[in-house]
Design a protein around this ligand. Sequence first.
Ligand SMILES: [Zn+2]
Length: 396
Amino acid sequence: MLTAKNHNGSLVTLFNIETKEKIIEMKKEGHYHCPCCENEVTIKAGKMKVPHFAHKRNSSCHAFSEPESEYHLLGKLNLYQWVSTQYPATLEAYIPEIKQRADILVMSGNKKYAIEFQCSSIPEEVFIQRTNSYLSAGIFPVWILGEKNINKLGQNEFSLRHFDWLFLSGSQESPSIVAYCPLKHRLAKLHKIIPFSPRTAFALHSHFPLSGLSFNDLFEMQSGVFPFLSRWREKRRAWSFHNGKSANWKDPFYRNLYINQLTPATLPPEIGIPVPGIHMVETAAIRWQSYIFTDTIYRKEEGRPVLMNEFIQAYRNRIDMGHIRLRVLPLISEKDCLFPLFGYVSFLLSTGYIEEREKGYFKVRKKVEIPRTVAQAVELEKNFYYVHQNLLQWGK
Ligand SMILES: [Zn+2]
């Protein structure tokens, strides 16, 4: 923590006290207390350290989790210094009605924001509980992830842990993850996040020096298209190849393929495609789309009707059975879990596999061709991506 009460009960912040002498003097001055639990805290300062207060051993303070890393302290301080030049802000503000302490509380007009700079993982329930408490107090939470947590695998490719996904915020159509690096003094954003699997995702990555940004820029949406489709295909091909050999038949996904006389190596390319809303599903696209496909149009002949309701039922059933898992996205307030399904149905429409007769009422226009051999699967895949690349490289 960077703020504590001195013996007079006034708040002392360590952020602009940099000299060693001053720290020594403060230490001599005596006792400091935690503004939240009133327990005694001591000054910690070293050569390379951000001076800060820390509870004595065995503290049971609810407002501060310790130890705080240097990375976290520095980030909190930088973000505070940055935002406080734009709006009235309080560092480590304690909010009594919800018994919660925000890293930074910002007052922008009549709106209140709580900035949480989070560098270490906390349990999902704690994340959700803190978020909901802020909202219940009329405070809009702004969670910023420590950038060191983001694991970049390639130009536009990332490995995101379950915890990192909690930071997804903004609109359900185009959410982003905001991260900050106190060592580079820069803010990073991941936009257009397209997961291939529960952990691997493609995304547009942009960063800006903090000094060049305003607080409101945090909420700006970024648009742009980035070339991820060739990597997507590579990963999908690698998946087909690998999983064809090591399929676990106890897994409901493989069992479902087996029942339907399909194999990973010869799945049609129409299964496992990037669609809008895909970030809302934790289950890999290949899996969830295979369920939708086999449960709806797979066994229907040309000309047969298929209802929007059948797609919805299939999706809901698989969710209930635990075969399709949706992501927990506490920062996206208005979300429709059907959004990714609509993305897939609209793909089937645009590619002419189904056509709409009336609202919610379709008919099968042409059947998806099922490859019989691996060689044929390779050929179909090539042709499919050649014909539909504009549609699949969405982000128009
Ligand atoms: Zn305390």
